[in-house]
Write a protein that binds this ligand. Sequence first.
Ligand SMILES: [Zn+2]
Length: 280
Amino acid sequence: MVLYKPYSDFLTEHAVDPDKRRYILPQEGARHFIDIDHYGKYPYTGLPHKWNDAVAKFSQDSLRTYGIGPWWVQIMLQRLTNAFKEKDQSKILKLSAELGHYIADLHVPLHASSNHDGQLTNQKGIHGFWESRIPELLADKEWDFFIGKADYISNTADYIWKRVLESGAAADTVLQLEKELSKTFPADKKFSFEERNGIVIRQFSSAYSRLYNEKLKGMIERRMRQSVYAVASFWYTAWVNAGQPDLTKLANTNFTAEDQAEFDELNSAWNNKTSVRDHE
Ligand SMILES: [Zn+2]
């Protein structure tokens, strides 16, 4: 879409804002995940996909405890649709970036599992391993994120629940395969040390990362491609549902002092990381 290209740096930078917000807003954390396994077994038919039905059955408090990711995406989509209706460019860009974040999170299998960082199976660190370490190692050089054109999604709730169920189903594989690999791989070669900004950090070694990625048979790249497609399609869908406003004639094309103050607040919270987080 014509609007987004010139703002790709803004969108990338501010896609992280929801993670930053977890450090100032206690209720933010629940928006990034759902512990789908809490609701029984695949395909979790006991969990209503409609928010009001789910609240009636489990209560808001309980839903928040186990994560509200799939419902939150719907709320953000509605906000983005309204911003398109208002022709408010600053709002459109901020909400697009943030909606993208929540959609991407739900494509990550460990965002749909109560064992979200392998803490229950002695695999701590696997969350960042799947989501950050391996993409940082391979995405730029070896993966392809060209997804062609976005589509209109007529039932966005259905669409996102399907992706969440896939994530939930894949979480077992993610955990299982790492467990197997760690048994056969030499323990002293599993980690490497690297200096970043003057600090030595321990990370999964390249050899271990590549082998794990091979075992996953392209899962990470595939999930990331699906995520890119979903984000573009949700943006497009919001624009269509808003009546296809002319994107060359938008108002509020500059961020206000208030917007800037919010960005600053998020950044300082992120840098200080005063923790109210409860989930990766
Ligand atoms: Zn997140």
